[in-house]
Design a protein around this ligand. Structure first.
Ligand code: AMP
Length: 275
């Protein structure tokens, strides 16, 4: 892949990249479509990255369907699919990691120790291998996108990061490969994340800016579902991820909720997503 990327670069081609863990859905396809138009060559990477899963998390059971993924990539006219094995990326004796130490501390970072270290490491490696001019990420994983933007800035990585909006099912559930884990009852209950965010948005529109009050109302919405357990509901600055008492332009409202055993995340930015 790296040799191919260098050859493309020598020929004056630009490269865009969409990193994924596969089991592609419309959220991934929206990134692929945005990336398609932006460069000469589009590379999609498919790699379930063991380094970003905790020991008790779902690395082994994470949904995989490589044939379907390849079919979808072909349909979307992806030029190259890079789908390495874990032993290609982390051969025996692998011992180098990248860690962003500020934005990674909060939210998902607090409850998934090592997660963003795994993400930052694999994304750096993928960038070095694929040599993209542009790389596309989803707002669905808001904190991930901020950590990557910060890492790119701090390490002077020569790649532009683009963040695309959250793609949802018709009823509002944010698309995610992990939605596959939900049984029909849980699938219904999973709507509480979107409902809680919609409630938060309504409150803000009606002039309620108190983070405490908004969080309380969101907790009440989530609490109505029998199999729900809140991991976090956070109201933070969309850029620094620092806590905010008052909601305003560029504030992030993010939540992680277990529905049964499945942990789902979703978020909303008030006004424009900060650059
Ligand atoms: P994943 O395969 O879950 O690691 O996701 C790969 C990329 O797709 C990440 O940048 C995600 O943020 C993005 N993504 C996942 N779900 C969605 C969604 N529902 N809408 C937009 N982007 C998404």
């Amino acid at each position: 892949m790296q040799e191919r990327a260098f050859a493309l670069k020598r020929a004056g081609k630009t490269i865009s990249c969409v990193p994924t863990m596969g089991f592609l859905h419309q959220g991934h396809l929206s990134l692929i479509r945005a990336a398609r138009a932006s460069a000469d060559v589009l590379v999609v990477t498919i790699f379930v990255n063991p380094a970003q899963f905790g020991p008790s998390e779902d690395y082994r059971t994470y949904p995989r369907d490589p044939e379907r993924d390849l079919r979808l990539c072909r349909q979307e006219q992806v030029d190259i699919v890079f789908a390495p094995e874990a032993c290609d990326i982390y051969p025996d004796g692998y011992s180098t990691y990248i860690e962003e130490t500020d934005l990674s501390r909060w939210l998902c970072g607090a409850n998934r120790p090592g997660h963003f270290r795994g993400v930052a490491t694999v994304v750096t490696k993928l960038f070095n291998i694929v040599q993209p001019d542009l790389a596309y990420f989803g707002q669905k994983d808001y904190q991930q996108s901020r950590v990557i933007m910060k890492m790119v800035k701090d390490l002077n990585l020569p790649v532009r990061i683009e963040v695309c909006p959250i793609v949802r099912e018709d009823d509002g559930l944010a698309m995610s490969s992990r939605n596959k884990y939900l049984n029909p009852e849980e699938r219904q209950e999973a709507l509480c994340l979107y409902r809680a965010l919609s409630r938060a948005e309504e409150l803000v529109i009606s002039g309620e800016y108190s983070a405490a009050k908004i969080r309380e109302e969101m907790e009440a919405v989530i609490g109505q579902e029998v199999h729900s357990r809140i991991d976090y509901i956070e109201i933070r600055d969309g850029k620094t991820l620092e806590p905010r008492d008052q909601v305003g332009e560029g504030t992030l409202i993010a939540l992680a909720v277990f529905i049964g055993k499945t942990r789902l995340i979703d978020n909303l930015v008030i006004g424009k997503v900060p650059g």
